[in-house]
Ligand binder design. Structure first.
Ligand code: SF4
Length: 592
């Protein structure tokens, strides 16, 4: 009996599925899951370092699954980090991490690809590797699958560099296919233990960083035209409810609005759009290929799509008769947004969210959030007139240059919005964490006490229809260190994992004491990472370029301190960030 048959037998006959929560996380066989004969194919295991319901909601993971499986010579399967109860069962029965398509053990694959979406998922990566039977440290591996990392957090690969053989930085579609092609061609090197030679070969691919090979200037991989990659009309449909239980269509990649705190804005620059016809056709296919009752048009700022009005006009007649909802996540605050939101709400009225991010105009200028109080109030008024009873506002605390006036501004602004007549106003407050590759990468991160004081002050205004929700302040400092850390921080990640840290991004699982202990064991001076960096210092992630020049980030940082804004280059002309020239991509305003 093969290992895969043994795992299948264990799942079916051992009773394990009756003992663990949400057993459909582990059974696979979902609608549209890909099945191929693995013989003679390059085998890739796409591993999401979080629970099934989180990973199944993630678009990038789906894109790579489809792209890899579109090649005859590659078979890509999926796995997600089993929940703790299942991990215990697997350990008791010596069952390794397995794929959901063929129940194959991870060690049978040639590549294990792990996406890094958020820093608090780093210990989950170690859990995946350990469960897979792959040595945690890349230096200890010989014949095991090549462990590849990707996703936005890979743009500062240093904290996780001891655990990955290589990272693909930037858009994955082209680069991963190139890497797979090279591994396929040189598979004998892997099978004969000449791992380093193989890694040297793949390190030549644009966007690939191999931590065991001397650092060089790595420029991110970028897809010039996202339309070269078709919308997946047959995404895998889960049996259970997942976090975002809907079909997702990527309508645009990138955002040039230039919010100075936003790493995704830099990571995905410049803007590239799909044309209206292509999107409508994609949605049509998805509706045929799945049973979803909601389709989300995804991007960092969907309302900025140059054809958004025509697009919704074309999509609504397709969806309305079947009561299929359309959702357009957006953080923009303008009347046009509310107009469109109200049109799509004719099918199903969902909540309305605005993200002013800061309580005063001064601070909104600092962060380059080009939203005025008048914009917000007039949008809220329109929304109320159109029948919305509930509204949600997003804010951050701990932003650079913040004063008590800015915190009080959150309260004042919220009260003015509430006074418009909403039944319920939710104020969601998160602590600001400076991220690599953003203009605020140099900024100081405020400590937990300061966050808590500000949070306590805000909480005091909860009530009378205003519900203030504060993000757990104890995880921010850890996220900040993992985010702006160097290679030394890897030791703390390892120690935290050894001490039991896992699923840290789940509030009820996060244990700050573990991390404090881990930083101590690893001799990490936490203050060093909070204090920020000077603009002429070499930063730990500077060997990686996302295409945006350091000069631009420095200039944006100083402009922020003076409260000067920088308009969206998409509509007002190049602001000089360099990404278009560096990547050889035109900042695509409209693709029709
Ligand atoms: S290079 Fe110019 S046009 Fe291109 S994204 Fe940067 S600022 Fe915008």
């Amino acid at each position: 009996m093969t290992v895969s048959e043994e795992i299948r037998k264990w799942l079916v006959f051992s009773g394990v599925l009756t003992r663990v929560g949400k057993p459909s996380r582990y059974i696979g066989k979902e609608l549209n899951a890909v099945l191929k004969d693995p013989a003679g194919k390059l085998r890739v295991l796409l591993a999401f370092p979080d629970a099934y319901e989180v990973g199944m909601s993630h678009l990038g993971f789906k894109i790579l699954y489809r792209e890899l499986n579109s090649r005859d010579s590659i078979f890509a399967e999926r796995t997600y980090l089993p929940w703790k109860d299942m991990i215990e069962e697997m350990r008791k029965s010596s069952v390794p991490l397995f794929s959901l398509e063929t129940y194959s053990p991870a060690l049978e694959f040639d590549i294990v690809g792990i996406t890094l979406q958020y820093e608090l998922g780093y210990t989950n990566v170690l859990a995946l590797l350990e469960l897979a039977g792959i040595p945690l440290f890349q230096r200890d591996r010989t014949y095991e699958p090549i462990v590849l990392g990707g996703g936005p957090c890979a743009s500062n690969p240093e904290p996780m560099s001891d655990f990955f053989d290589a990272f693909v930085i930037g858009d994955g579609e082209e680069a991963i296919i190139e890497v797979c092609g090279l591994i396929e061609k040189n598979i004998d090197l892997l099978k004969s233990g000449k791992r380093r030679e193989l890694l040297e070969t793949i390190s030549e691919v644009r966007g690939v960083y191999v931590p065991s090979i001397e650092r060089k200037n790595i420029v991110k991989a970028a897809v010039a035209d996202i339309s070269d990659y078709e919308i997946d009309g047959k995404p895998v449909v889960p049996f259970m409810k997942v976090i975002h239980d809907r079909a997702i269509v990527e309508v645009m990649r990138g955002c040039n609005r230039g919010c100075r705190f936003c790493q995704a804005g830099i990571f995905y620059r410049p803007v590239r759009e799909r044309g209206k016809e292509e999107i409508v056709e994609g949605v049509r296919e998805i509706l045929k290929g799945t049973g979803y009752d909601e389709v989300s048009l995804l991007s960092l700022s969907t309302m900025d799509h140059s054809q958004i009005g025509e697009l919704t006009d074309s999509l609504l007649p397709l969806m309305e008769p079947r009561r299929i909802a359309l959702s357009l996540p957006s953080s923009r605050v303008d009347a046009f947004d509310v107009e469109i939101a109200s049109r799509i709400a004719s099918i199903r009225k969902t909540g309305l969210t605005f993200a002013p991010e800061a309580g005063t105009q001064r601070l909104r200028n600092v962060i380059n959030k080009n939203v005025t109080e008048e914009d917000l109030l007039s949008c809220a008024m329109i929304a109320r007139k159109k029948g919305w009873q509930r509204l949600k506002l997003y804010f951050m605390i701990g932003l650079p240059t913040e004063t008590s006036e800015d915190i009080e501004g959150i309260v004042k602004l919220s009260r003015r919005v509430k006074a418009i007549g909403f039944k319920e106003l939710t104020i969601s407050v998160a602590d600001f964490i400076p991220k690599p590759h953003t203009p605020f990468q140099f900024s100081r991160q405020i400590d937990e006490n300061e966050v808590s004081q500000k949070a306590e002050f805000l909480k005091g205004f909860s009530g009378r229809g205003i519900d203030i929700k504060i993000h757990n302040p104890s995880s921010g400092p850890v996220e900040g260190i993992l985010s702006r850390g160097d290679r030394k921080v890897g030791r703390a990640i390892y120690e935290a994992y050894r001490l039991g840290a896992m699923f840290d991004e789940w509030d009820d699982q996060f244990d700050r004491r573990i991390w404090d202990e881990a930083f101590k064991i690893a001799s990490i001076d936490t203050e060093y990472y909070f204090k920020g960096y000077s603009t002429d210092e070499t930063l730990p992630w500077e060997h990686v370029s996302l295409g945006v020049s350091k000069e631009f980030l420095v200039s944006e940082y100083f402009r922020s301190l003076k409260g000067q804004t920088t308009p969206d280059c998409r509509w007002t002309g190049c602001a000089g960030c360099s990404v278009c020239g560096r990547l050889g991509i035109t900042n695509v305003l409209r693709k029709v």
